[in-house]
Write a protein of this length. Structure first.
Length: 229
C-alpha cells in the first residue's frame, strides 16, 4: 500500500463550527490528513467530538466552515448540491448506525434503490442487488422485508446497499453500535472481508476499541484536532 502518493482522500485545513445562542461552537479546526487507497481507517473519540460530522463532510452531506475535501481528484468545495448528490451516488457508500431500510420494500428492493435512483435499468439493478445480498450472506432473504429480518441481517442489507454502486470510498458511522457484541463482531468481520476482497477504501467511526484495533490505522478526534490513535 502506498501511503504517500495519490491517496484517495485528501483533507486540507478542514474546520467546522456552529453558531449557538451564546456564541460559536467549534467542533474541530484545521484538520489535515489523507486516506490512502485501500486503507481501512478507524476514527475514534468521545461522544460529541465531531466524528459523525467529519464523516458527513467526507460524504459531501455537510459543508465545512473552511477547508476542503478532495476525493479521487474531485474537490467537494467546487461542487453544487446537485453535483454533490451525483458524486455521492457514484463514488461513496455510506453505512449508518441505524439501518434505515424502507420497511415496505424487500431486501432486494432496498439494495437496488441507489442504482434505480441514478437511472439504471431495473433488471440490471435487481441482478446487482442479488449479487450483493449473496456477498453478505443473505441471498436466501432477498424477498423478505426489513421487519422480517434480525438486527444483524438488517445491517447486512444496509452494507449491501452501500456497496451495490461499487463505491471507491465506504464510510461507516458506528455500523455495529446498535448490535450485541457477537453480532457486531460478525458485521465487522464481514465488512473487513468485503473491504479487502473488493479493494474498497474505508473510513469508520467506532467506539469499540477491538474494532478500531482491527483497522489499518486509527485517528483520535480530541479537543478539535486529530491525533494518532
Amino acid at each position: 500500500m502506498n501511503t504517500q502518493t495519490n491517496p484517495l482522500v485528501r483533507v486540507a485545513a478542514l474546520s467546522k463550527s456552529y453558531s449557538t445562542g451564546t456564541g460559536t461552537l467549534t467542533l474541530f479546526r484545521d484538520l489535515n490528513f489523507a486516506i490512502p487507497r485501500g486503507e481501512m481507517l478507524a476514527i475514534v473519540g468521545a461522544s460529541g467530538a465531531g466524528k459523525s460530522t467529519l464523516l458527513h463532510l467526507l460524504a459531501a452531506m455537510d459543508t465545512p466552515t473552511s477547508g476542503d475535501v478532495v476525493i479521487d481528484g474531485t474537490s467537494l468545495a467546487k461542487l453544487n448540491a446537485a453535483q454533490q448528490a451525483a458524486f455521492r451516488n457514484r463514488t461513496i457508500g455510506y453505512v449508518w448506525q441505524a439501518h434505515y431500510l424502507l420497511p415496505e420494500f424487500t431486501a432486494e428492493e432496498n439494495v437496488a434503490m441507489p442504482l434505480l435512483a441514478r437511472g439504471e435499468e431495473q433488471t440490471a439493478a435487481q441482478e446487482k442487488a442479488r449479487y450483493w445480498l449473496n456477498e453478505v450472506g443473505l441471498g436466501n432473504r432477498a424477498t423478505h422485508r426489513s421487519g422480517e429480518l434480525s438486527g444483524g441481517e438488517q445491517q447486512r442489507v444496509s452494507l449491501a446497499r452501500a456497496l451495490v454502486t461499487d463505491p471507491k470510498l465506504l464510510l461507516a458511522d458506528e455500523p455495529t453500535g446498535n448490535l450485541d457484541t457477537t453480532t457486531g463482531e460478525a458485521i465487522f468481520d464481514l465488512l473487513k472481508r468485503l473491504h479487502e476482497s473488493h479493494g474498497t477504501t474505508t473510513a469508520m467511526v467506532t467506539h469499540n476499541p477491538q474494532i478500531a484495533a482491527g483497522c489499518d490505522r486509527t485517528l483520535l478526534l480530541q479537543d478539535g484536532t486529530l491525533l494518532p490513535g
